[in-house]
Write a protein that binds this ligand. Sequence first.
Ligand code: FE2
Length: 158
Amino acid sequence: MCEYCGCQSLASIDELTREHDEVVRLISRLRSAQQSGDVARMAELAREIAAVLGPHTQVEEHGLFPAMAEDFPEQIAALEAEHRRIEVVLAEAADGTTPTDPAWPDRLMDAMAMLRDHILKEQDGVFPAALAGLSTEEWEYVEATRARAGSALPRPTV
Ligand SMILES: [Fe+2]
């Protein structure tokens, strides 16, 4: 990656965006599983969403957000609080478990509705602000965080 042309920042944001797209795709599958009353399938999809969000959230919270927290403290705190609320509901299906709480499917879908709004806030607010405002050093830090966190998605073939 070269340093000053912006490709570093675009690659980092592109990977976060592809993870958002994958999560949105999985949420729509979740909706069909709920319509057919298939809670075991919902739990499987919840695990797939959690697998994508694991490294994604690391990159946001340890790479991208620290660079933005000074300028946007309340927005970043609110996004992190939403991450925690989403993780709690997804974690109920961790380790191959199908939750037995009859309220879980609805709680999951509520959390996923929040997640979709959350993704829009990041796409329309945080990412453009980051592209406009972060320094080369900050993007290097984001990249280093990604290298540590890994990704659940296949690498792009470009
Ligand atoms: Fe995100």
